[in-house]
Design a protein around this ligand. Structure first.
Ligand code: FMN
Length: 337
């Protein structure tokens, strides 16, 4: 089984669902001596299988696949209907008809099929976001040679992951871009600084740690690794690299001098996520409801219609967004390693 301590460059390219992670980005991470992870979130199992094949066809054997754990709590239709009503005028202004609340179910993002796929493919690293997989799932993955990682935002969740049999932890701090990996979508994501959280996790759970959140410079990466983690995981700093599939409006917004602030919002997906502040977050964050994945589907049409408008899409970004350079990911990862 692959051990993260074997990396020559102690950097993990974050799985970034929704387009930014491509097979090319995963291959670039490996060629810089680190490791990349495909983002299976929102994709069909067939698409994930094709992405795995593309990574392998480029000669990269060590890589990961990241999967979203389904929500334990069903969505609340009343909350959803209330938020839908808030969105209607804006959707109409874009010519978008929002789906009916009754059509927004508790989609599990093909969880079981994705588990079967990564087992069949014997993917070296399999990581999870949004929760902890059941111990039987972890066992099954390990029997197929997959090293299992669970993303946590608290020391208590790290203990849960350890008890479920995880091989390693991704410890995500409050500065992280994109979704915060809280197990309960309705809780406010913890604000405990990353360095403190690492100390608590390392003291309580004897597993290798990959640390994530706001890491965007070599000095910061080195400091974080000196606290015990075997590697740092970076996402935002890769968003402008040539290998990333970031939407042009998103990549441009990261260097727009008028965008100086990130916020944590439930407005796009119904789960808390850090994004550059824009008109959408200003207008809808207060009204948003914690009803993932239904809110993600609900806003999908709006986001597609506004895909070229930085004020209408989710501009996921961590606090280090100012360091995202337009260059090859091989250079970014080599610098941070
Ligand atoms: C655009 C974007 C998409 C993301 N998608 C995922 C994902 O699919 N799965 C996951 O575990 N983490 C995801 N994350 C979070 C990263 O794994 C990681 O925690 C975060 O990028 C670290 O903070 P940084 O962005 O400041 O480097 C995403 C982050 C970004 C910026």
């Amino acid at each position: 089984m692959f051990d993260l301590r074997e990396l020559s460059s102690r950097v993990v390219a974050a799985p970034m669902a929704g387009g930014p992670t491509t097979p090319e980005l995963v291959v670039a991470a490996a060629s810089a001596g680190g490791v990349g992870q495909l983002a299976a979130g929102y994709l069909t199992p067939d698409k994930v299988r094709a992405d795995i094949a593309a990574v392998r066809a480029a000669g990269t054997e060590v890589f990961g696949v990241n999967i979203f754990v389904p929500e334990p709590e069903p969505v609340n239709s009343e909350n959803l209907a209330r938020y839908r009503a808030e969105l209607v005028p804006y959707a109409r202004s874009l010519g978008v008809t929002l789906p009916d609340v009754d059509d927004l179910g508790d989609d599990d993002d093909h969880f079981e099929a994705k588990i079967r796929l990564v087992c069949d493919e014997r993917v070296p690293l399999v990581s999870f976001a949004f929760g902890c997989p059941r111990p039987e799932v972890v066992d099954e993955l390990r029997r197929h040679g997959c090293s299992v990682g669970v993303t946590v935002t608290t020391a208590a969740d790290a203990e849960t992951a350890g008890q479920a049999g995880a091989d390693w932890l991704c410890v995500q701090g409050p500065d992280a871009g994109g979704h915060r990996s809280v197990f309960d979508r309705r809780t406010n994501p913890p604000t405990q600084p990353l360095d403190e959280l690492i100390g608590e996790v390392v003291g309580r759970v004897p597993l290798p740690v990959v640390a994530a959140g706001g890491i965007s410079t070599p000095a910061r990466a080195e400091k974080v690794r000196s606290l015990g983690p075997v590697a740092v995981q970076v996402g935002t700093v890769l968003l402008r690299t040539g290998e990333a599939g970031t939407k042009p409006a998103h990549a441009a917004a990261l260097v727009d001098p008028d965008r100086t602030e990130t916020v944590v919002t439930w407005a796009f997906s119904g789960r808390p996520a850090r994004a550059l502040r824009n008109l959408f977050t200003d207008r809808f964050s207060d009204a948003a409801v914690a009803e993932y994945p239904a809110v993600n589907t609900l806003t999908g049409g709006i986001r597609r219609a506004a895909s070229n408008d930085p004020d209408g899409i989710n501009l996921w970004a961590g606090s280090g967004f100012g360091d995202a350079a337009e260059e090859s990911a091989v250079d970014t990862i080599s610098r941070l390693g």
